[in-house]
Design a protein around this ligand. Structure first.
Ligand SMILES: NC(=O)c1ccc[n+]([C@@H]2O[C@H](COP(=O)([O-])OP(=O)(O)OC[C@H]3O[C@@H](n4cnc5c(N)ncnc54)[C@H](OP(=O)(O)O)[C@@H]3O)[C@@H](O)[C@H]2O)c1
Length: 382
């Protein structure tokens, strides 16, 4: 197996899964960003053939540290091309994409194009380039398996059913850290990062506070399961126990329940169609007592509506949504943009963009660059 984004929240959970499950997996490649300290530790423990760092300037120090640990034969590469080289390592049958953001697009495409089993946590490439990724998977025969907990839940509920019987997909949403916060005009970075259910990287935590994460997931569900936006719903479920539900044409609604812990969807993607033993105590339904569901409040959280809007707009709208969001979230985290302006800027970018078909990488990357420049040009007035 290979893990792109091994030093992140999902990447670390994946390495914990293989350690805890005592499963017999060989780690072929690891790709990280700037946390070279942890990458070297992971390499010493798992002895991959190839590792990638984000910055060329970090490469020689990693080479030296690996040589000192008797791992001089590990290839050390850098940058997006380096992450692509890791994704291309053919000894890995299974590639987990767990980098954050658009930077994962080209490594994800590399893994898909070589026909690997690609477990997708890094949802942004599907949001930007879902049509391209699915077309390339069809061409290469790659198996794409969801890792996002909601999509893993859908995948588990759909297993074994006839696609013609499938009527609707329901994604649950905890509501995020600001669900009960009255004044959304004065949200601090700390408040927005404090997710009540999940412990995750910073970018997805802010996406969860705006509910843009759920919009990205609606688009992700469309591309993963080939279901149009009108049949994808979102319901608020603060307990975070039911991850997704699938409705069938006889009225049956199947749900997937588990503790909010990414190890389960990672393990399911790794072992599918088998299940790995995770040493968790089963959910005690009597102790839980009740599970609650409510309609989302689109007035307070307009970011949630962007998923359906982008699916309706089609083409390069997904790349614009993603890029505008990445820039706005980065500025919010830097304390330079008020919380409410994140979604306002994305909407402005979508309004200003002229959608074109997103069938090739150059067009998608051009839309991404345009949206980043557009949002930056609007920051002064915020
Ligand atoms: N966390 C969750 O529970 C969860 C659940 C479902 C889906 N996801 C999705 O999974 C993806 C990862 O989320 P996360 O929470 O694990 O994020 P994270 O903790 O921030 O980790 C991101 C990973 O990407 C690497 N990275 C960042 N920028 C990079 C760059 N320019 N070049 C190379 N590597 C880079 C980071 O490396 P360094 O740390 O070494 O810099 C790290 O390994 C996201 O797309 C997210 O939406 C996450």
């Amino acid at each position: 197996m290979t893990i792109l984004g091994s030093t992140g929240s999902v990447g670390r959970s994946a390495l914990a899964v293989i350690a805890d499950a005592g499963a017999d997996f060989d780690v072929v490649g690891l790709a990280a960003g700037k946390n070279t300290e942890l990458l070297v530790e992971q390499a010493i423990r798992h002895r991959p053939q190839i590792v990638a760092v984000q910055r060329e300037s970090d490469r020689s120090a990693v080479v030296e540290r690996l040589a000192a640990a008797d791992l001089a034969d590990v290839e050390v590469v850098a940058g997006v091309a380096g992450a692509q080289a890791v994704a291309a390592a053919t000894d890995a049958d299974w590639v987990l994409t767990a980098m954050v953001g658009a930077v994962g697009l080209q490594p994800t495409l590399t893994a898909i194009r070589r026909g690997a089993t690609v477990a997708i946590a890094n949802k942004e490439p599907l949001v930007m380039a879902g049509a391209l990724c699915t077309a390339e998977a069809r061409r290469s025969g790659a198996t794409v398996i969801p890792v996002d907990s909601e999509h893993s839940g859908l995948f588990q509920c759909i297993a074994g059913s006839d696609r013609g019987d499938l009527q609707r997909l329901v994604l649950t949403c905890s509501g995020g850290p600001l669900r009960a916060v009255a004044d959304l005009d004065r949200v601090t970075v700390e408040q927005a990062l404090a997710h009540p259910v999940w412990s995750m990287g910073k970018k997805i935590s802010i996406d969860s506070a705006t509910l843009v994460n759920k919009a990205l997931e609606v688009i992700e569900a469309h591309w993963l399961f080939g279901v149009e936006g009108e049949r994808i719903e979102v319901v608020i479920h603060p307990e975070g126990i039911v991850h997704a539900l699938v409705g069938f044409r006889d009225g049956a609604l199947l749900a997937q329940l588990s503790a909010p812990d990414m190890r389960l969807p990672i393990a399911y993607a790794l072992a599918h169609p088998r299940r790995l033993p995770l040493d968790d105590s089963p959910i005690d339904l009597a102790a839980l007592g009740a599970l609650s569901f409510a309609a989302p409040d689109l007035q307070r959280f307009p970011g949630l509506a962007l998923g359906h809007r982008v699916l309706a707009d089609g083409g390069t709208a997904g790349a614009v949504l993603n890029a505008a969001n990445e820039v706005a979230v980065e500025r919010f985290l830097a304390g330079e943009l008020p919380y409410r302006k994140i979604v306002a800027l994305i909407e402005r970018a979508l309004d200003a963009h002229r959608v074109v078909p997103a069938t090739d990488l150059d067009t998608i990357l051009a839309a991404d660059s345009w949206a980043r420049a557009f949002v930056r040009s609007q920051l002064a007035g915020c």
